[in-house]
Each structure stands twice: as C-alpha cells, then as structure tokens.
Design a protein around this ligand. Structure first.
Ligand SMILES: CC(C)(COP(=O)(O)OP(=O)(O)OC[C@H]1O[C@@H](n2cnc3c(N)ncnc32)[C@H](O)[C@@H]1OP(=O)(O)O)[C@@H](O)C(=O)NCCC(=O)NCCS
Length: 176
C-alpha cells in the first residue's frame, strides 16, 4: 500500500474569531526580509529538521513577507505561522509551517501566532482556511481544534484515522 495522504482540517469561523489578546512580554510581527535565518531556526527547533525559507516559503506559493507571522517573547522570536492560498483550495486560506521553538512550548505562542494568522486571512477577505497535518501531531491538532478547525474528510482512510486521533486527544485530557 502506498503512503496515505495527510489529514486535513478546515476553519470556517474567520468572521467570528476570538479576541487577539497579546500577553505582556509578547509581540507579534510579520517577516522582515533578510531575517530568513530566524524562521529557519524556529522551524528546525520545532520540527527537528532543517527547512529552507527560500525553498519552502518563497517558492512554496503565494508568498508575501506579510503572510509570514511571528510571536516574540522578550524580543526573541519563538513561534511562526504562514497563511497563504494554495491552488488545491482556491478562495480559501492555507495554513503552513506552524511551529514553536522547543524551549518555548506551552506558553501560548503557537496559539497566538495561529490566531494572528487567522486574523490576517480574515482581513484579506477569506471566509475559511484549510491545513494539512499528520496523525501523530496531537499537540498541534489539539491547538487547531481549540481555534475552531474541524476535521475535513477527503480520503477513505480519514474517518478511522480521525477517530484514533480524537481518542488520543481525549486520553490526554483525562490524564490532565
Ligand atoms: C503545535 C505547536 C506549534 C504548539 O505550540 P505551543 O506554543 O507549545 O502551543 P501553545 O502553548 O500555544 O498551546 C496552544 C494549545 O495547543 C494545545 N497543546 C499544546 N501543547 C500540547 C500538548 N503537549 N498536548 C496536548 N495539547 C497541546 C492545547 O490545546 C493548547 O491550549 P491550552 O494551553 O489552552 O490547553 C508546537 O507543539 C510545535 O511546534 N510542534 C511541532 C511542530 C508541529 O507539529 N507543527 C504543526 C504541524 S501541522
């Protein structure tokens, strides 16, 4: 059997977003040209793999520096999210390369940068956005659910895989 496609999620609530509250010590900003190494550092820490900003973001489609967002804490960039449009989902936003540096996890930066990306798409006139993710990315999927994303079933394997993901998420909730 070939590799299964990724899981997809869609958020249709861009007209009804939670208020964007920026905690003390945190700031939000868009990409500063020349600072590609900042994005690469966060993403390498988040994913444990090196990605090139040029290849992934600039050549990835729909790029503008203002579509790449960052959260910084005490002046250090710790989380990033990119919101563009992808040909597969015309007329919708497309969330890409969401990550928080390993040492800065659990501080709310990931959710904040994603919420800012949702606001960015809403300001650009989008009513919905889509993303793809992997079955094992439980923290990310929990975060997406808390931001109003819902599973999007585009493949016959998705139903069972989503059932497993939801079981995993609920198991973690009970532990807490
Ligand atoms: C997903 C990721 C960006 C979350 O970043 P973060 O800054 O640690 O997340 P936040 O502190 O903003 O938490 C936001 C929400 O995410 C969920 N979450 C975060 N970490 C979690 C964990 N370890 N287990 C379960 N849920 C988790 C929770 O719903 C949390 O909300 P809560 O604090 O109200 O419970 C981060 O874990 C990461 O970079 N992961 C590796 C890269 C990755 O998987 N990217 C997504 C690819 S699709």
């Amino acid at each position: 059997m070939g590799a299964l496609p990724q899981l997809f999620m869609r958020n249709t609530h861009l007209d009804n977003l939670k208020p964007l509250v920026i905690p003390k010590g945190f700031t939000l900003h868009t990409h500063v040209q020349g600072n590609e190494d900042v994005w690469e550092k966060i993403i390498e820490s988040a994913f444990g793999t090196k990605f090139s900003f040029q290849k992934t973001i600039v050549e990835g489609g729909g790029y503008k520096p203002e579509y790449v967002l960052y959260v910084s804490k005490d002046g250090v960039d710790i989380a990033t999210a990119t919101a563009v449009e992808k040909a597969d989902f015309p007329g919708e936003g497309w969330f890409r390369m969401i990550g928080t540096s390993k040492e800065a996890r659990g501080l709310g930066a990931g959710k904040l940068v994603c919420l800012a990306a949702l606001y960015s798409l809403a300001q650009r006139g989008y009513k919905s956005t889509v993303l793809s993710t992997d079955d094992s990315r439980i923290p990310a999927i929990s975060m997406y659910l808390s931001l109003g994303f819902e599973p999007l079933y585009t493949h016959e394997s998705h139903k069972e895989r989503w059932d497993n993901v939801m079981k995993e998420i609920n198991k973690n909730k009970i532990k807490i």
